[in-house]
Ligand binder design. Structure first.
Ligand code: IDP
Ligand code: MG
Length: 195
């Protein structure tokens, strides 16, 4: 049943993770959970690449808008006054544009991580999207503090150190997107994990 150990996910250290000097810490947290890095590279993303990375379908964009709206509701802030609209799709489109600015503001580190339940494990290690709600012990909870309340006022994405695929389908798309043509995914044995 070794194929269960071959589950792969995509992890990217975002500009704030690189600029806070957290590359080593993030890699350490992945490796110490018996997960294996099978591809890794630092690079500067173009706006076109970042746009290709994030889904373009209206369901995903509306969900992004819903996340922002839920924070506005929680803190009793009027989205129409702040952003000029209360529509989840419109707000989602704004956040998507801010994400492109954020992700191109400094180099990124892209990785493919392999291991048992790699997708869920890396999401667990990263923590939930919003740093102010992320538990201690997660990357986002331990090293960042940000919220849409501030991000939206400053017209920028929430800064949360890492991107990690949410599902197996997202992982497949993202690995192909960022590493597909290059084919530089490695195969090696981790002591204590693979034997
Ligand atoms: P994820 O990174 O935890 O998978 P997604 O919902 O896929 O979260 O959102 C993608 C990214 O968009 C987040 O990591 C964050 O940087 C940014 N983001 C999410 N919600 C908001 C928001 O309400 N305002 C600004 N940026 C947001
Ligand atoms: Mg996501």
């Amino acid at each position: 049943m070794s194929h269960f150990k071959e589950e792969k996910t995509f992890l990217m250290i975002k500009p704030d993770g690189v600029q806070k000097g957290l590359i080593g810490e993030i890699i350490k947290r992945i490796e110490q959970r018996d997960l294996k890095i099978v591809a890794i590279e630092m690079f500067q993303a173009t706006p076109e690449q970042v746009s290709g990375h994030y889904p373009k379908d209206e369901v995903w964009i509306s969900r992004l808008g819903d996340k922002t709206l839920s924070t506005y509701t929680k803190y009793n802030i009027d989205p129409i006054k702040e952003l000029g609209t209360g529509n989840n799709l419109e707000i989602g489109k704004m956040v998507r544009a801010w994400l492109i600015d954020y992700m191109t503001s400094a180099p990124l580190v892209r990785m493919v991580v392999q291991g048992l339940h790699a997708v869920d494990m890396v999401r667990k290690i990263a923590g939930p999207t919003l740093p102010y709600l992320a538990d201690m012990g997660t990357i986002r909870g331990d090293f960042s503090n940000d919220s849409p309340i501030l991000g939206n006022i400053e017209k920028r994405a929430v800064m949360n150190l890492v991107h990690a695929s949410e599902t197996a389908e997202e992982a497949k798309h993202e690995i192909e997107f960022w590493f597909g043509q290059k084919g530089n995914i490695f195969d090696y044995k981790r002591f204590g994990v693979d034997r």
